[in-house]
Design a protein around this ligand. Structure first.
Ligand code: ADP
Length: 235
């Protein structure tokens, strides 16, 4: 059960690859089931942190933490291809035979998932932090946000790219990704209002990129991202 948020459990007898189902107490909002929730309003848009499963998000675009060959793997990638079905891999093989460079992202349909698109983002493998990792992680997020804007997506959900098998330290990944999301949202048309924590938000998500959601798989990952986001709001 390591790495699985407290609000999720595996179906009895289904083994470690069993389907995750929400436990009582899990809430559902318009964008799918979630556990914890932190909301920040910035430039008339929402940034949300939630605990949950990225494959269950009911948003326009779900981001995959892919590898350069777009070859499929474990973690988020495995979960998305399992839940989304073979059409996704068929499409990426056909459209992107050379894969996708680190620090960028490419788009496909979402197969069986409740989204319009999957953005396959390739984050950096963590070495020592001196090998361009922050820039590459930042540009991977930026490319996804650009794709969302190009495709007129109102909502997008990200996993914590590079923080699993790729070994990027969580607090540093949270800093790079959340700072880039806020910077990007501030560059869009709006009232330029700075990030502020909101509890029950009247902010509309009807406009392009009205909702950017970070989906953290584990409670402790959520805590790390929430602390970093509070710091960015206060700064
Ligand atoms: P990377 O290879 O980029 O490090 P991983 O898929 O190994 O990508 O992990 C990225 C992050 O996604 C990790 O924090 C991992 O715990 C988390 N994660 C794994 N499965 C899911 C899922 N179904 N939904 C959301 N996050 C997930």
């Amino acid at each position: 059960m390591q790495g699985v948020p407290a609000v999720w459990r595996r179906l009895p007898g289904s083994g470690s690859s069993g389907r995750l189902v929400p436990q009582a107490g899990l809430t559902t909002n318009d964008f799918g089931p979630i556990g914890n929730l932190m909301q920040v309003s910035v430039n008339q848009r929402l940034v949300e942190l939630v605990t949950g499963d990225i494959t269950r998000q009911e948003v326009d675009a779900i981001v995959n933490a892919a590898n350069r060959r777009l070859a499929g793997g474990g973690g988020v990638d495995g979960a998305i291809h399992r839940a989304g079905g073979p059409a996704i891999m068929r499409e990426t093989r056909e459209k992107y035979p050379d894969g996708c460079p680190t620090g960028s992202a490419v788009l496909s349909g979402a197969g069986n998932l409740a989204a319009r698109f999957i953005f396959h983002a390739v984050g950096p493998v963590w070495h020592d932090g001196e090998s361009g990792e922050p820039q590459l992680l930042t540009t991977a997020y930026r490319r996804c946000l650009e794709l969302a804007r190009e495709q007129a997506c109102r909502s997008i959900a990200f996993p914590a790219i590079s923080t699993g098998v790729y070994g990027y330290p969580q607090p540093l990944a949270a800093q790079a990704s959340l700072a880039e999301i806020i910077r990007f949202l501030l560059s869009l048309p709006g009232d330029e209002s700075q990030p502020v924590v909101v509890t029950s938000s009247a902010t509309t998500v009807q406009q392009p990129l009205g909702l950017t959601r970070m989906v953290l798989f584990a409670e402790r990952d959520y805590d790390v991202f929430a602390e970093v986001l509070r710091g960015l709001v206060a700064a």
